[in-house]
Design a protein around this ligand. Sequence first.
Ligand code: SAH
Length: 236
Amino acid sequence: MNAANVDQAELAKFSSLAHRWWDIDGEFAPLHQINPLRLDWIDGIRPLEGTRVLDVGCGGGILADAMARKGAEVLGIDLADKSLRVAQLHALESQTPRVAYRHVAAEALAEEMPGQFDAVTCMEMLEHVPDPASIVQACATLAKPGGWVFFSTINRSPKSFLMAIVGAEYALNLVPRGTHEYARLIRPSELAQFCRAAGLDLEHSRGLTYNPLSRRYRLSADTGVNYMIAARKAER
Ligand code: SAH
């Protein structure tokens, strides 16, 4: 296990904004905007009702909460205490059923609960850790044989530099400056390789495209900036 697979400066960035997780017009507005899109995409591939799901790097629980409301039993994990407290409080206040949160590293949980989840989601998180391949491996270990693993992240390309960093952080102020570091962004081919190395078969991919005029995200075939992938763990 890689116990040190965390960048404290990255955690601090999210912790300092933890009180803002559920402000739909705040710093996390893009996550609130993409949430119904990613939720429906996941639910269309692996219907969530009645499943056991793990959300890795859950933050304030935007996706975890929504998956629980779709009928899944959800565990959200993160390494930022403040965010976990916000997630828990939100679940209490809005009486979300079947959702729990824990402070534990993906790699540690993989040793504790291997093969226990029908689906594992890990969204907008891989680009914030020193060793994303280790997280992908842990997610694969945590999934049941035949289970699904979903990732979303940002491509590393001239276009993503322009859109996700210059555009989103500087021109449009969609997210705080310094949210994403270019060198940490992950190409789809790299993520696919991490998946193959972890015994996951890539089944689907989808772009999440932002239109600055309508100020809306939509699913698209363009994985040039934000994208998601769905991979499946081999049956035993
Ligand atoms: N997945 C959520 C939040 C994305 S923001 C969503 O899409 O709505 C990125 C999250 O990753 C933050 O909550 C941050 O605390 C978390 N994170 C960063 N490094 C981590 C690590 N090594 N282990 C677990 N979580 C981590």
